[in-house]
Each structure stands twice: as C-alpha cells, then as structure tokens.
Design a protein. Structure first.
Length: 352
C-alpha cells in the first residue's frame, strides 16, 4: 500500500481524536489571556498557518498572522511595546526545523509566550517552548507529509476557538456547533478520498506526462493551493506553481501554452472563473476543474460534498495529495522516498 494513501486513510480518525482530546491540551495556554497570535514555520508547516490565520481571527477575535521564519525581524516585535500576551507558535511537522527554532528564540527574546506545535512529544523545538501544543500524530514515515497538515490546521483552529470562548468572542454553543459541523465534514473525507483515488487512477498516465502544472484557487484556500503545489512538486518532481485566482490573472496567464496543465479549485466564490477558462481553453486542452459537485470526468473532478465553507479546507487538498501519491510511479519515482534521504543532515537544517 502506498504510504501517502495510508496516511490519508488514517486522517479523519486522527482528526476526530484531536477534537475529543482538545480541551485538556489548550486549557493552560488559554489561561494566559492571549491578545495576539503569531505563527511561523516552513513548507507544510507555514502553509498550515497561512491557511488557518483568517479563520483563527474570526474564532478568537484576535490579530493572527503567519510568517515564514526568514520574514521575522526585530522590528516586527519592537513595533508592539508589550509582547507578554503575544502567543508565538513555532510549527514543525517533525519538530526539528532549525529556522523555526531560531525564530522562536527571537520571539522569546522579545518577551513573547512561546508555543511549539509538532507531531512528537520529544520535538527539538520544544526546548524553547513555554507551551507544548503537540499535534499527537507522531512522525510520518513517508517524505511528503499529509496527515500532519490536516491535524496542524485543526490544532490551530481549536486553539483559536478555546481562546475565543475564554475572551467572550464566541459562545460555548458556537463552539459546539462548529464541532458538529467539523464532524459532519470529516465523515465525508473517506468518500472524497475514494473518489480522488478513482479519478487519479483513470487520469494518471496523462498527468504523468505533464510538462508543467499551474494550480489556482480562491483566497480562502490559498494555503491549500500552496500546500497542494508543494506536494506535487516534491513527489512528481516537475515544474509547478500555485496562485490565488486574482494573482493568476496578473501576468501568470502569459506563460500558458499547449503544454500547460491547469487545475482550478472552484468553491463557487470566484465569478470570473468560467470566463478565464474559456480564454485559456484556446491555448491548452489540459484544464481541470476541482469542485464539490458529484460530477467527475476527464475535465472535472467533484468531491460530492456538502460542507460549510469555513471547513472545506479539510477536503479540498485531497485530490492533489492523491496525485502526489499515485502519479510519480508512472515515471519510476517512489514518492515516499526523498530524492536524497540525507539531505537535511548534509545541510544541517534539522536539530536533534
């Protein structure tokens, strides 16, 4: 069995367990009366924060911002005179990112409350943490991480909800309704995964011959666009870029030609989508629409879902993760094994 597919199959059960165990995990950090949240991480970890920051603002009633570690400077922390109620969250799927660790040390120097969010209890980044908000999924043994992406997103969401309850921004009944809707969403995950596997199996030979790929989606799913791009890039090892829809139309379209493969995520929020597809169809016939309908054919993939828009992030990346799992084999690539398993050791980019 493909390791990436195995992790995806385990994901909904793991997410439900996180839901059930969440109150104990967050009860201490919530008591610190947080007034601002900052999130940092690289790759998949950053994408988790990028995707969830707006929903976290809505649930917590606080300023929430995601940063790449290299974007953080002393001036950003100095702009706020008192950082004692700023929660700075370092996210690292395996817990060893030195750039994240160094950013956490910088934030600690400026008086922030430091939290770690990784998949293991003994994570390296825990060394600097005041709060250990462990995403209890353990290390994923395959190269491209998927399960950790969903669980980190849920962990961030639940943290913001408990903060929102504590500061009066949302009520307990609001939280209970969100939990109910989340569980309804996660019940649809297995069928969405099955549909994605079937569609990719039917189309993987064409996808394996892609010259270059572009993924575009709405602003509300921008973190998922970035993560979907990364998964296909690291597994299929071909040129691919991802853009929010309105950024795509600012110049990127110039690079589209008959060799280009395009994926557009359509959650119904972008009114100009059909117009751009009509235009681009004159340049390439490799255009795929990804939506929530029950229609799947050679040009469209539908998840067949009915989920609240605020939680569709727990469904829409699935297709692209399945592409990362199943398409590389057509070109003799094992997506579960990095091109160089010792890369981070050679670079000295992971702590022990």
């Amino acid at each position: 069995m493909n390791g990436i597919i195995e992790n995806l199959e385990e994901t909904p059960e793991q997410l439900l367990k996180l839901l059930d165990d969440s109150q104990k995990l967050f009860e201490h950090v919530v008591s610190r009366k947080i007034k601002k949240i900052m999130i940092t991480g690289s790759g998949t970890s950053y994408h988790s924060g990028e995707q969830m920051q707006q929903l976290m603002r809505q649930k917590s009633g606080l300023p929430v911002d995601a940063y790449y570690p290299f974007k953080l400077t002393d001036e950003i922390f100095n702009a706020q005179k008192d950082n004692s109620h700023t929660l700075f969250i370092g996210v690292s799927q395996e817990g060893g990112s030195l750039t994240t660790f160094n950013a956490m040390n910088m934030a600690k120097k400026h008086g922030c409350i430091i939290a770690s969010m990784s998949g293991t209890e003994d994570a390296y980044i825990n060394k600097v943490a005041d709060e250990k908000l462990t995403v209890a999924v353990g290390k994923e043994t395959v190269g491209p991480k998927t399960k950790g992406y969903y669980t980190t997103k849920l962990n961030l969401l639940l943290l913001s909800e408990y903060i929102g309850i504590d500061n009066g921004h949302i009520s307990r009944s609001d939280f209970d309704e969100d939990v109910k809707e989340l569980k309804t969403t996660l019940k649809q995950f297995p069928n969405s995964l099955k549909r994605a596997i079937n569609w990719v199996e039917e189309n993987k030979k064409d996808l394996a011959h892609a010259h270059d790929i572009r993924i575009s989606g709405p602003a509300s799913l921008y973190g998922d666009v970035l993560e979907s791009t990364l998964k296909i890039l690291e597994a299929c090892r071909l040129p691919i870029t991802g853009y929010e829809f309105n950024e795509f139309i600012h110049g990127v379209y110039n690079a589209i030609n008959s060799q280009s493969t395009l994926f557009f995520i359509d959650n119904g929020s972008e009114g100009k989508l059909n117009r751009i597809i009509k235009i681009l169809s004159e340049w390439t016939n490799k255009i795929y629409i990804v939506d929530g309908s029950n229609i799947s054919d050679q040009q469209k993939f539908g998840y067949d879902i009915k989920v609240p828009r605020q939680f569709e992030t727990f469904i829409y990346p699935i297709l692209f993760q399945v592409i990362a799992a199943l398409v590389p084999g057509e070109n003799g690539i094992d997506p579960c094994i990095p091109k160089d398993p010792d890369f981070h050791q050679k670079m000295g980019s992971q702590g022990n």
